[in-house]
Design a protein around this ligand. Structure first.
Ligand SMILES: Nc1ncnc2c1ncn2[C@@H]1O[C@H](COP(=O)(O)OP(=O)(O)OP(=O)(O)O)[C@@H](O)[C@H]1O
Length: 478
């Protein structure tokens, strides 16, 4: 659809902004242009849309040189939604949108046809501006103006739509609506959309391909997964970022780390001083939230939690809806359910074992309740075990998983060594719970030596604490 070859250009011949760009955009693509401020995005967009001449190289549009298009002919192929727009005259919204039909009007009198009217009404509806059609464009808010200008571009019925930061001024739902609409049009109508984005996360979600510019050169032109790599974006935008997949989609999302939050992170050591044991519960209450992976009753979403509660279940406990019951219970006891991991055990929580382990600048605090529960089926004696692993350190996602594996293996070994095996393929652990939570401060624990040290602490800690907790609860072999 559009081919750019060895493009060089800018505002002076001596100092070109764009330095030898070569790439192609296919029909029906949603193609994103990214890059830091001043990297040349708008200059490139203006050259591709014929607004700005270039010094050398070639831009081919549908197989024909861009310079060979006459103005009206070009306006039937491309439309541009600029970043900022002011109008010299005071037009109504409908008049503003109608200007988009200019390239389609025929004859000397440029008469307004039924088709023109239909297209204008349709695009006003699609962009949600019909209700403003008779009022002045100037009276609208920034976001409303943006939608009217989009309607104007769509009224042109272009084959390529150029957008310069289209979501600027738009609230969350209109950002989504505009980009959903663009995506639909690329798929259903083969519209080609070439858009500048500052919001890398939106670009990741909607674009088929991304062109990343840096100082007027192409850094990379590829799929979002390849372009939005942490190291690359950090180097080009000169800022620390984190990169995670979208929770429900295989699309990368980037997160900045505000300086004041990074600086405020004074050291915290999670240990027994934060643990409270009563006859009805165990509570670990911390001044900061921990990044947590848990199989409790509540707080099972991967997230950040400050309070960890293991309640002793009453014999009358209704296990049909434990989550609802737990939320009600936590609230009634003054805990905030949205920042609390809640678990239920049928073991006497006062038989808990809690130990602190430390080595090589890494420390863990392990808390285990284990033993024969008192609510379950009495015909079979199955131990009930709740394992908490707290880590003072900054864990990668892989280390969280490794921690769970190590803790589970250590638990099984402890069960074996105290004669509490179930002789089934799994440990019949459906009523057991486990969590691993980390302060995400201090020593970085990723793969390699630091992970091996943590593995050792977690393995030893969970094994010893489980054995001791079983003993405390009066568990007897067999
Ligand atoms: N009209 C102009 N005359 C001279 N230089 C200009 C003009 N417009 C832009 N420039 C320069 O060209 C370079 C690229 O600008 P451009 O607007 O293309 O960058 P951009 O990537 O779109 O930036 P931003 O993200 O800030 O919008 C900048 O150094 C800028 O100062």
């Amino acid at each position: 659809m559009l081919t750019v070859t060895e493009l060089i250009g800018g505002y002076t011949r001596e100092m070109p902004v764009l330095k030898n760009l070569t790439f192609e955009v296919a029909r029906g693509e949603l193609f994103g242009i990214l890059g830091p401020n001043g990297s040349g995005k708008t200059t490139l967009l203006q050259m591709m849309s014929g607004i700005l001449p270039y010094h050398s190289g070639e831009i081919m549009l549908k197989g024909k040189r861009l310079q060979d298009y006459r103005t009206k002919e070009l306006a039937r192929v491309i439309a541009v939604l600029p970043q900022h727009s002011t109008q010299a005259f005071s037009y109504t919204v409908k008049e503003t949108v109608s200007l988009g039909r200019y390239a389609h009007q025929k004859g000397l009198l440029q008469s307004w046809s039924t088709e023109d009217e239909e297209v204008v009404q349709k695009v006003m509806k699609q962009t949600g501006v019909t209700q403003f059609q008779h009022i002045s464009f100037e009276q609208l808010s920034g976001g409303e103006k943006q939608r009217v200008l989009l309607a104007q571009s769509l009224a042109q019925e272009p084959e390529i739509l150029f957008l310069d930061e289209p979501t600027n001024h738009l609230d969350l739902s209109y950002q989504k609506e505009l980009l959903d609409l663009m995506k639909r049009w690329t798929k259903k109508k083969d519209l080609t959309v070439i858009s500048i984005f500052h919001d890398l996360n939106l670009a990741s979600l909607y674009c088929d391909r991304l062109l990343l510019l840096d100082k007027g050169k192409i850094q990379i032109n590829d799929k979002p997964n390849e372009v939005l790599k942490r190291e690359r974006i950090q180097a080009i935008y000169q800022t620390e970022i984190e990169n995670r997949p979208h929770p429900n989609l295989p699309k990368p999302q980037l997160f900045i780390v505000p300086a004041h939050l990074a600086e405020e992170q004074e050291a915290l050591v999670i240990n027994e001083q934060y643990l409270e044991v009563t006859d009805k519960w165990l509570v670990l209450k911390l001044p900061i939230p921990l990044k947590t992976l848990s199989s409790g009753v509540t707080g099972t979403e991967n997230g950040w939690y400050k309070t960890f509660v293991n309640c002793h279940a009453k014999l009358t406990y209704d296990c049909k809806n434990p989550r609802k019951e737990m939320i009600g219970y936590l609230s009634s006891e003054g805990f905030n359910p949205s920042e609390t991991v809640g678990m239920i055990t049928d073991v006497d929580v006062q038989t808990v074992t809690a130990c602190f382990y430390e080595e090589d600048n890494i420390s863990t605090f392990i808390v285990v309740t284990a033993g024969k529960g008192d609510v379950v089926d009495t015909s079979r004696v199955v131990p009930s075990i709740h394992t908490w692993v707290f880590v003072n350190g900054c864990l990668s996602e892989g280390v969280f998983i490794q921690g769970l594996i190590t803790a589970t293996e250590a638990k099984v070994k402890a069960l074996h060594d105290c004669g509490a095996e179930t002789n089934t393929p799994s440990t019949e652990a459906s009523k057991d719970s486990i969590l691993i939570a980390a302060s995400q401060r201090g020593t970085n624990i990723r793969h390699g030596e630091s992970m091996a040290s943590l593995d050792k602490l977690v393995g030893t800690g969970v094994y010893e604490c489980t054995l001791l907790a079983m003993k405390n609860s009066g568990w007897k072999d067999g």
